[in-house]
Ligand binder design. Structure first.
Ligand code: 8ID
Ligand code: ZN
Length: 353
């Protein structure tokens, strides 16, 4: 897009006060700095993190006012003078990690999400719930040309995060992984990445609709936490030898499953914490953790290689994110459903509506 075609104003959803609601309004289009690109965001997935940001759930301050969103898929429309890895017209994804210093010990070791200078899309810098968003060129995801920009959007956070989490779990092909929150946005991606990686999935979530989805996208078993009288026993009895799954991916937005997982994970197994419920704590018996050699760890988005690999799984047709489309102007309705845990899969907003 020639510079004179880029509008000076655009539609955006803005968090003006902690707790919301988001305000749909026109705001100026920003100009990219020398190491940045301007992306015409066509679609953006809505992650539960965006709701946490609006509600002020976490002990980390957001920018204010804030444009949320960090699953933005679109087209590069302008490049800063130093940018040489992208050009106008390329498909591009803006993800949670908007930028990092690239020089600290974490960045040097490809752990850029741990960079203390990290810029976070839709949290410390404006994100993708606007028509034109800025990101550091080094961190922009390269979306293959054969991808549908709407369907691929959720890969940019949900996909990358669960793919990384599965790698961090150490689970190997043929083993069993329990996915807690399997019917949500991250969960429905996790079931499919796990399957593509040769793992058997025990999906855990609440309600029949989420159960049907989990089965349809490849889970071997569905355990409904709303119906189960003894979740720990139900998870263990669904593994062939009754010893429990080799790994657990915790994606739920409630504290309780974080306390339960170490009870049903197999000895020498790993519990990977990814969901970020407000004010939650982990609790596990020291005795069991020691004598059953359980690993409990966190996993936080992914680096640039994880991003490229997660997109490659998608581009090869292995991941089909179940999503519903809605206009950007209706973002608050998505948050209302999300707070009630009524979303099956993901919502993707279309920034033109
Ligand atoms: O890098 C990271 N660690 C990262 C990246 C992206 C997102 C972390 N997150 C965090 C989000 O901030 C959020 O806290 O992961 C969490 C899940 O995000 P999401 O998948 O976008 O949320 P969702 O679509 O609302 O899905 C949550 C699911 O959990 C289920 C709900 O029914 C819903 O389907 N759930 C709940 I709440 N309690 C449950 C329980 N006890 C449960 N499922 C099983 N057992
Ligand atoms: Zn996210």
């Amino acid at each position: 897009m020639a510079d004179d075609k880029i509008p000076t104003e655009q539609w955006a959803q803005v968090v003006e006060e902690t707790g919301g609601p988001v305000v749909y309004k026109k705001i100026p289009v920003q100009k990219p700095g020398p190491d940045e690109v301007l992306v015409n965001v066509k679609y953006s997935g809505v992650c539960h993190t965006d709701l946490h940001a609006m509600m002020g759930d976490w002990p980390l301050a957001t920018k204010k006012p804030l444009v949320g969103g960090h699953e933005g898929a679109g087209v590069v429309v302008a490049c800063g003078s130093m940018v040489n890895n992208l050009k106008v017209g390329d498909y591009a994804g803006i993800k949670w990690l908007n930028g990092s210093c690239l020089n600290c010990p974490y960045c040097e070791n490809a752990d850029e999400p741990l960079c203390q200078g990290a810029l976070l899309s839709g949290y410390t810098v404006d994100g993708t719930f606007q028509q034109y968003a800025i990101a550091k060129a080094a961190h922009v995801a390269h979306i293959p040309r054969n991808c549908d920009l709407e369907a691929v959007a959720p890969i940019l956070c949900a996909g990358i995060t669960v793919y990384k989490g599965l790698k961090e779990s150490g689970a190997r092909p043929g083993q069993m992984v329990a996915i807690v929150g399997a019917g949500g946005g991250l969960g429905s991606c996790a079931v499919q990445y796990a399957k593509a990686m040769g793992l058997h999935v025990i999906a855990i979530d609440g309600g029949d609709e989420k159960g049907e989805l989990c089965k349809r996208i490849g889970a071997a078993v569905y355990v409904d936490f709303l119906k189960s009288k003894d979740l720990v026993a139900d998870v263990k009895s669904n593994t062939p030898d009754g010893l429990g799954p080799h790994a657990v991916l915790l994606l739920a937005v409630q504290e309780k499953p974080f306390q339960q997982a170490s009870e049903y994970v197999r000895s020498r197994g790993s519990v990977v914490c990814i969901g970020l419920p407000a004010g939650a704590y982990l609790r596990a018996p020291v005795f069991d953790t020691v004598v059953r050699m359980i690993s409990i760890k966190g996993s936080y988005v992914g680096n640039r290689v994880d991003t490229a690999e997660a997109l490659d799984f998608y581009a090869r047709g292995l991941i089909k994110v179940p999503y519903k489309s809605i206009g950007l102007s209706k973002l608050q309705d998505v948050y209302t459903l999300m707070r009630e845990n009524k979303i099956v899969g993901r919502y993707v907003v279309d920034t033109s509506k």
